[in-house]
Design a binder for this molecule. Structure first.
Ligand code: URA
Length: 286
């Protein structure tokens, strides 16, 4: 379980890596020093108490397509897709996970080691949707646990959430061999599982992680740069789009933009949750 101290370290590290905090030669010892010094008092790890981020010029040149468009104004609060109790949600998710375990609808069932259904509690208000499991995920059966997953976890913790408080899944539930792109027919075969998952969960906000998930969830076929910075929808649930952590590992200059996305997410979350009802999550993460 993430401690407040670990959340703070992740927050500082991500701020630093995204160009919003500069600390000469930042490494573990320096992070520790910041976390234990008075300086950390000025940095909040909760979204409702966060510091206003500094706007900084991204470290890499950007193309026109990457320039975010102004965020759409907050409209209606979303209704859960289905009106279920926590236990009903948990039961339905478990049932869908069992169906995925037995699924043979596409060729990926022949090469997978484990199916990768989802990670998180049935009461999660934020749901992150990636593309497809990789090697580590196929080995463990848990989404986003490889290097990219560790960065995604850091991004989540950087806005004050524990990984166990959010829900994480993928558009498809089995690893494509050699991490190739899923084919359209594989994606279509898997779509009912994701739809059932998202409808059952009834999250307040969905985050599409990477261009594949963004297109798949919103039906918008556009560059990720053009889609981020504004709100989209999946069946009435607001969808935010951000960079895939694997891309951020290859192109760290975009971490500043990812940080802006996470701030936009935290702001929307705060709008929807003026009082932070954390007891729901604590039940969810058991
Ligand atoms: N990349 C994804 O999109 N999902 C995972 O679970 C792991 C890597």
């Amino acid at each position: 379980m993430t401690t407040p101290r670990r959340a703070l370290l992740a927050h500082i590290e991500f701020l630093h890596e995204s160009g919003n905090l500069y600390v000469e030669g930042l490494g573990e010892p320096e992070l520790e020093a910041i976390a234990t010094s008075g300086a950390s008092n000025r940095i909040s790890s909760r979204p409702d108490r966060r510091a206003t981020p500094k706007t900084k010029t991204p470290r890499t040149a950007t193309t026109k397509a990457e320039t975010p468009e102004p965020a759409a104004p907050i409209s209606k609060a979303p209704m859960p897709a289905v009106n279920l109790t926590f236990d009903e949600r948990a039961e339905r998710l478990a049932k869908a996970a069992r169906a995925v375990d037995e699924c043979t609808k596409c060729e990926l069932c022949k090469t997978r080691n484990k199916t990768v259904f989802g990670d998180g509690g049935a009461g999660a208000r934020l749901c992150f949707v990636g593309e497809a499991p990789g090697a580590e995920e196929d080995r463990t059966g848990v989404p986003f646990v490889g290097r990219g997953g560790q960065l995604l976890t850091k991004m989540i913790e950087a806005i004050g959430f524990e990984r166990a408080e959010v829900y994480i899944c993928n558009t498809i539930k089995c690893r494509p061999p050699q991490n190739r792109d899923p084919t359209p027919s594989e994606k279509e075969a898997c779509r009912p599982y994701l739809e059932e998952q998202l409808r059952t969960l009834g999250a307040q906000i969905i985050v599409a992680v990477g261009a594949h998930a963004a297109g798949y969830l919103t039906g918008v076929q556009s560059s990720l740069g053009a889609m981020r910075g504004k709100w989209h929808e999946f069946e009435g649930i607001p969808v935010m789009v951000t960079y895939h952590p694997a891309f951020l590992l290859r192109s760290p200059g975009f971490k500043g933009k990812a940080w802006e996305d996470m701030q936009m997410l935290a702001a929307r979350y705060n709008e929807l949750n003026p009082t932070d009802r954390r007891e729901i999550w604590h039940k969810a993460s058991k």
